[in-house]
Ligand binder design. Structure first.
Ligand SMILES: NC(=O)c1ccc[n+]([C@@H]2O[C@H](COP(=O)([O-])OP(=O)(O)OC[C@H]3O[C@@H](n4cnc5c(N)ncnc54)[C@H](O)[C@@H]3O)[C@@H](O)[C@H]2O)c1
Length: 334
């Protein structure tokens, strides 16, 4: 493959897609971004940005036209745990349509490689019932018992990628993200995830104030800073590895620990009010990076406190620069 490539990023108006476009441009590629919305916080760095609803097959053909070499398929209807547990039918239907049509359009238009952004939500829920979770290996997705809706759809789309390789020799890459956070991510409105929601709540809280945390806060997760995510995506796309692969950190933290960390960064004392009726997702989830290290000789290395410091500063600047609207948001995570 030549060095300069023509690349399509779907979901380029979203959080990870927007960062990925910047990275691909700085690597010297020609990039088309596609989404149903423009990026919210700054213009896209892409050479061309097209508004297309990728649930429609004809729009997927348009998106992949004109000799695209690589597709990073990041478009999805998704949000934090509150969102993905509330709209099972709509999310599943939207994402099935996007992924099935994008795969077929990419194949028809002669795309060389297709990367599918899957999720740790595909993992068998029975392996995530303890906060002191054993990190999830790629094979722990089977036997299948993923997160309802979003997780089932991601798992099926993974399978579809494999069938496209088996039946057509179409080159697919399957990446399972574990909780990505960073600046320019959604931080309000109901689709935000735990780190962004907690940063927003801390930015708005008075010193010695109180914030709401869903569940008892002892549920555990690992979180990956967006720069590590983008680096991993580019490396996995260029690797020869076709099977699903984790992309996350294995720095496990409780949600209470995450709140305490952000409070330290914010320089505020706060009390946590635990709302035990709020959705929490699985009890514990961590990434086993053994395969990632074997395949790439690399793994995410940005420490949570370092990434959260940058993220908090960005979110605080956003919320303090406009009249604040309080929206109850997730304190568990995808
Ligand atoms: N952020 C995470 O922690 C995380 C974790 C696991 C998996 N993922 C996956 O990574 C990908 C990117 O996630 P993100 O965090 O950037 O989310 P995001 O919501 O910021 O970006 C997704 C983008 O897809 C777009 N989209 C939705 N429906 C569309 C449609 N019909 N046509 C065209 N575009 C459409 C949205 O407008 C949005 O801009 C998604 O596939 C997501 O499922 C993310």
């Amino acid at each position: 493959m030549r060095n300069e490539r023509r690349v399509l990023v779907t979901g380029a108006g979203g959080f990870i897609g927007h960062h990925l476009v910047k990275r691909l441009k700085s690597d010297g590629h020609w990039v088309r971004g596609v989404d149903i919305k423009y990026p919210e916080y700054e213009p896209s760095a892409s050479d061309a940005f097209e508004i297309l609803d990728l649930r429609k097959a004809e729009n997927c053909l348009l998106a992949t036209r004109g000799g695209i070499d690589e597709v990073y398929n990041l478009a999805a209807d998704m949000g934090g745990i509150g969102y993905i547990t509330a709209y099972l039918a709509e999310i599943s239907r939207n994402n099935i349509l996007i992924n099935a049509h994008m795969l077929e359009a990419s194949r028809q238009n002669g795309v060389q490689r297709f990367l599918f952004s899957s999720s740790a939500c595909v993992y068998n829920q029975s392996k995530q019932q303890d906060a002191a979770v054993i990190p999830l290996r790629e094979e722990d997705a089977h036997p299948a018992d993923p997160e309802p809706g979003y997780g089932w759809e991601k798992l099926f789309a993974e399978e579809l990628c494999r069938y496209y390789y088996k039946d057509y020799g179409f080159e697919t890459r399957i990446v399972r993200f574990h909780n990505v956070y960073g600046p320019l991510g959604t931080y309000e409105g109901g689709k935000e995830k735990a780190p962004a929601a907690i940063c927003r709540k801390l930015a708005l809280a008075e010193d010695n104030g109180e914030i709401e945390v869903w569940g008892d806060g002892e549920q555990t997760r690992s979180f990956m800073y967006v720069d590590d995510c983008v680096e991993g995506l580019v490396r996995i796309m260029t690797s020869d590895h076709r099977d699903p692969i984790n992309l996350g950190t294995d720095e496990l933290v409780t949600i209470n620990g995450l709140v305490d960390m952000v409070a330290r960064i914010a320089g505020k004392q706060i009390t946590k009010r635990h709302n035990r009726s709020g959705p929490q997702g699985v009890r514990g989830r961590n990434s086993d990076n053994t395969r990632l290290r074997e395949v790439l000789g690399w793994e995410p290395s940005i420490r949570l406190e370092q990434g959260l410091t940058v993220t908090f500063q960005w979110i605080a600047a956003q919320v303090l620069s406009k009249p604040s609207v309080f929206v109850a948001a997730s304190t568990a995570a995808d």
